[in-house]
Design a protein around this ligand. Structure first.
Ligand code: ZN
Length: 136
């Protein structure tokens, strides 16, 4: 069994934004040389998250509307007494901060409409993404 690790950086441009990072994950899998195993995608942050779903301009707007319905940006939050990003922490706690995807025959296994997104909730920022491929 081999383990191949890399950290990449993704720059967000808005406070809340969804960024498709699928090409980065697939490029990493190819570079890893691992043909059968799993890849872990992990965000070492408290105000951004991951999800896997369709990438299309209208549903991108729907994702952002969903975030606002779940946790309004201008709500009344206790954490905002010390830091103005309680909504970002709360949204992050609803979503995942890691994904594990299969690698089969050298390819990342995912659904046709399943792209890997980094959801930024407190941008613009530079976000670290830790990638770990494990397998043969
Ligand atoms: Zn905070």
């Amino acid at each position: 069994m081999r383990v191949f690790t890399r950290e990449i950086t993704i720059q967000s441009r808005r406070r809340r934004e969804v960024i498709n990072i699928t090409d980065h994950v697939e490029g990493f899998v190819r570079e890893s040389g691992i043909t059968n195993g799993i890849v872990l995608v992990f965000l070492p942050h408290a105000t951004s998250a991951l999800f896997a779903n369709e990438d299309e301009p209208r549903i991108r707007r729907d994702y952002e509307n969903l975030f606002e319905r779940l946790v309004p940006a201008n709500g009344d939050y206790h954490h905002n007494e010390i830091d103005n990003n309680a909504d970002a922490h709360l949204l992050t706690s609803i979503f995942k901060q890691f994904y594990v995807l299969p690698i089969v025959n050298g390819e990342l296994v995912r659904g046709t409409w399943q792209e890997v997104f980094l959801a930024e909730f407190d941008g613009p920022r530079s976000r670290r993404v830790v990638l770990v491929a494990i397998g043969e």
